[in-house]
Ligand binder design. Structure first.
Ligand code: PGA
Length: 261
């Protein structure tokens, strides 16, 4: 796992955006996995800036979002549909038919989840999956004890997640209890993973994810099993990493490392 520590949130977001741009410049019809939450907002802002400056084209891109709240219609301001359109899709040129977001209002969740998995397979899999991390160590809505082989499915949110996300709702009782989420197994099948995390409240989860044992108690720790996982984090989120000096040493020496391509 590569850990890239930036001084600020802005610097972290720019570094992560550069990785996305590199993928799109190499493969203009790449399949991107999208994440919601406050953390990737800076990354999306930077991608939008690059697009508006004419240096990034999304016209052949296909996307799959990680998750959605159950029960919120697409017009609900806290639905992930709404979030994605507001903060990203309406500012770039991804064809509408290429955008996939789990439905929070389907009448048949089991069939919808199977279809979602099938769509990912049909387009050849996800090239780059963007991820955030919950304070409880979750990726997408794979809460503690989710199987590390799990697939897209309905999930009951942990109380910690409901509390964390209540800041976006009028009160905690309005936060949905269920969500539909890609599984850890689904996420691990992406060719590349990019995780962003900032702030003190993510420091413990980051340390557990990068340096702790692989465990379903911290589903993000499954990234240790992936050969192409990169974490872009800020100073505060890095504050509990024991091997921080080593990660910085790697980055310092990266320009001189032998290249194999
Ligand atoms: P956040 O959410 O970016 O709003 O902190 C992260 C997550 O739960 O994945």
């Amino acid at each position: 796992m590569e850990v890239i520590i930036s001084k600020t949130y802005e610097e972290m977001s720019r570094a992560a955006a550069e990785m996305v741009a590199e993928v799109l410049n190499t493969k203009p019809d790449a399949v991107l996995g999208m994440a919601t939450g406050s953390t990737p907002l800076g990354l999306y802002k930077e991608l939008v800036r690059m697009h508006q400056a004419g240096s990034l084209d999304f016209s052949q891109v296909t996307t799959f979002n990680l998750d959605e709240y159950v029960g919120l219609p697409v017009t609900h301001p806290q639905s992930y549909h709404y979030f994605m359109h507001e903060n990203f899709f309406r500012h770039v040129n991804i064809p509408a038919q290429n955008i996939h977001i789990p439905s929070g209002t389907t009448s048949n969740y089991r069939a919808f989840c199977a279809w979602y998995e099938q769509r990912i397979e049909e387009v050849g899999g996800i090239d780059l999956q963007i991820l955030g991390i919950g304070s409880d160590g979750h990726i997408a809505f794979n809460e503690p004890t989710s199987s590390l082989n799990s697939r897209t499915r309905l999930k009951t949110l942990a109380k910690q997640t409901i509390e964390d996300n209540s800041r976006f709702f009028d009160n905690a009782d309005d936060v949905p209890i269920y969500a539909i989420t890609m599984g850890v197994g689904t996420i691990l099948e992406s060719a590349c993973l990019l995780l962003v995390a900032n702030g003190e409240n993510k420091a413990e989860a980051m340390a557990a994810m990068v340096e702790g044992p692989v465990t379903s108690m911290i589903t993000a720790s499954a990234l240790q099993l992936h050969p192409e996982a990169t974490c872009f984090i800020d100073d505060a989120a890095a504050s509990k990493l024991k091997m921080r000096d080593y990660y910085e040493w790697i980055q310092e020496n990266k320009p001189d490392a032998p290249r194999f391509d």
